[in-house]
Design a protein around this ligand. Sequence first.
Ligand code: NDP
Length: 316
Amino acid sequence: MLTGKRVLITGASGLVARAVALALAERNEVHCLGRFADREVARTLQARGIRLWHWDMAGGGTGGLDGIPDDATHVLHAAVDRGSGARFEEVVAVNAMATGRLMAHCRAAEAFLYVSTGAIYARQALDHRHTETDPLATDNPWLPTYPVGKLATEGAVRAFAVTLDLPTTIARLNVAYGPYAHGGIPVILYRQLLAGRPIVVPRTGQHYCSLIHTDDIARQVPPLWAAAGVPATVVNWGGDEVVGVRDLMTHVGDLTGVPARFVPGDVTRAVVAFDSTRRRGLTGACEVGWRDGVRQVLRAHVPDAVEENREVSDRG
Ligand code: NDP
């Protein structure tokens, strides 16, 4: 268990890094960087003793890092500008330059963890379990700018790791879900169904992913820091179970009473499954099973929906 360290985290208003910040704040000094437009989220973090610093990745000049502590022992960089439309140039520049500046600022750290994504793997068979050495690509019709920005930033991270001699891990995250922010794909797609919009799925088969709960993510951050190296260590960061998206959303439908509606199409929210051998070797097994995890997370985001359905089932 990480104790007594000075930890610096970006992206802590979001799904993934908020869980990590709150978990680590119990035994460490935690500083979070971001814009924190949602004041309630900021107050929640501050109430746990976390110090917040305004930082905009798109800021000019020296990158807005002046005055922010530069003596963190451990850094988690999870902030992302995913982009939209045709903002390719901007997405590459904002994410890669902010990340380089952050690494230079924190060059004295013991370990730097960059959260990348499985969205940079080239498409293979839908049930293929991707390893870290599988082909990469940036073809993502659903959100074209996203993998371009992430892959460019992985390049920057590798360069700064060797240039600064900063031990680094690049962890390519799979589908995260948890009680904070947008909740992850199970909650996002549930809300989409509630709004009357069906889920676009492949014309044959289904997408598979390696769902990972943010409790497991928070537990696995310290071992991923311990695995940091120069050149950077690269690892697929997903859960132990491979889950089909149709199966996932059918389970959500069973829990909530909102039936999952699917429509075949070409532009799907594509996700991939991982071979998690390397990650398991570094972090050990996950602890949250996906069926229980999804139930917990739906309760956190939409408590009435899950409770109502349980009453109906009990009566039945
Ligand atoms: P969220 O969308 O929940 O949060 C995004 C975070 O990025 C926010 O905390 C936001 O902070 C910060 N951010 C965005 N723009 C800026 C900016 N200009 N300056 C400073 N901070 C900024 O992200 P997730 O928690 O879902 O994802 C975390 C990381 O994991 C990302 O790098 C993402 O690419 C990666 N990932 C996530 C997956 C998932 O399933 N969620 C799957 C694969 C990878 P604020 O608005 O307060 O500034």
